[in-house]
Structure formats: structure tokens, C-alpha cells
Design a protein around this ligand. Sequence first.
Ligand code: ZN
Ligand code: ZN
Length: 316
Amino acid sequence: MDEFKKQEWNYNPKTPIENNPLFSFPFIPKKIIKWYADMWASFSETVFCLIVSIIYLSLLPPIVIFNNLNFNTILTIYLFNITIMLVVAGGLHLFFYTLRKQDAKLKYDSRRVTNSKKFTFNKQVLDNMFWSLASGVTIWTFYQILLLWSYSNGLISKISFGVNPFLFLTLFLLIILFESIHFYFAHRLLHFQFFYKFFHHIHHRNINPGPWSGISMHPFEHLLYFSTVLIHFFIPSHPIHILFHFMIITIGAVIGHCGFDGFLINKKNKIALGHFHHQLHHRYFECNYGTTETPIDVWFNSFHDGTFDTNKKLKN
Ligand SMILES: [Zn+2]
Ligand SMILES: [Zn+2]
């Protein structure tokens, strides 16, 4: 273990952090296959998001209902989304922080959640729940209704698996890549002084984030962050693509902020959870604005790979 790990982290996953090998030249097919197999052929966050989207779609009222919106339809979606947050963020918080089922094993930051005056209601978890549920779920629901209404009214071009299976499946990969690009630029904008001071500081109260920190943001940031889904007005989509996109930016963010690298199964194996790449952003602020799906941070010199040398270089 190097000095940096000892000083800075309770648990430090394998570093240097790697970015999607699809963007490194020359191509190394083995690495690319492993990257996508980890994402799609194991019980990953991505597969979990897809499973939730399929369940969501099967429980959703028939899509024609969105032709003419009424209060009940909107309330149904709102309650669905609240439930997802309570189950996923609430469940992870209960497991890791309330019941401390895994103690500090695989926990990045040695500190427990912090309570201080900077938080709404003076408590990190209450602050995070408030911004996630009051603002986050409301704006998420607004966008979701907009998209489903637009889909059922023919404003989004439709695609089906039966007619175009290759594009139908490829869209899932493209959504993740697009989300990564959108997140980088929206997030980079939020770090300009004006936007940081008025909006983004709410998310950054969490130097040591937990599951509820995932979408704990100012309403302006929610409007910007969730706007990634507007891409469906420009690409053919099926409701499953739309729901999957929403799950990636909501559940994905909750899991990524959970503060633990994974669920420990036994000494050697785990189910991956936290995004150490983003944990570094919460600790050091001026690095890792994007995700590892696209190496935009590398291209713009803001990539922190989690090693001591990079830490020293970026601090300077
Ligand atoms: Zn930030
Ligand atoms: Zn964050």
C-alpha cells in the first residue's frame, strides 16, 4: 500500500483507475471485451438499472394513457419514483450506515457521515433526503412525464426490437456514452464560480458522500443534470430506452455515491458499487468531472487516476 492510500483512504481500490478502453489506441480487443462484459454480463449497476427499467415498464399504465395526461397518471409516476429512491438509497443507507452490516470494509472514507451546520436540518442524511426527494424526484418526474407524453404523441421516433434489433440493443450502449459526455459538460459548467456558488455547492456539501448524496442537488442542477434525457427527441427510442436512461442517472448516481466499493460476498469477491473516480471528485473538487465511460477528463487534463503521484501533480 503506498503512502497516499494510507494517508487518504480507508479503502482504496485498484489504481490507476482505468477509462473505457474503447477510446484508447491502438485497440486492445481483450480489454474492450472485458470492460463491456463486466458491465453487461455480470450483476453490475448497469444490469440492475436494466432490470428495474423492465419491471418499471411492466408495471407502468399502458403508454396510451400518456396521450391525455391526468393527475392520477402523474401521481402514479411520482410515487413509483419516490419508491425507487426509498428502496435503493434507503436500503443502501440502512445496510451500510444504520445497521453497519459491513463495518468499514470496502469503505473509501474512514469517517462516518458528517453532521454539521452546513447541512439543511444540520444532518447530512436529512439534508440529502430532502434535496433528493423534494427537488430531485419532482424534476425527474417532470422530465419523465414529458418524455412519455411526447413518445405517445408521436414526438419521439419509435423503434422496436422486432424491426431493428441491432440498433435497439446498440442504443443501450450509446445512452451510457452520451450520458457520460453530457454529465462532463454539465458538471464542468457547474464548477464555474457563479454556478458553483449558487447551485452546485449543495451537492458538494458531501465531501464524504453516501447513497442519499447521489441526486442531492439544487433544483437548477437537477434541471441541467436530468436534461440528458432530451436526447430521445433526436434518436429513435422505445420506452425501455427512456426508462433505462432515467435509471442510469438516478439509481446509478445513488449506487455510485454510496461510499463503499461494493457488497462483500467473501474475502475475494464483491458486487461492485461505488465509483471511486467520483469519490475523488468529492474529496478534491477540481478533477474527474465526468465518468470513466468516456476519457474526457484525460483529454482536458482533469483526470485523477487515484494514485499518489497524480494527487501531488494535481495539488500543485
Ligand atoms: Zn462537482
Ligand atoms: Zn457527486
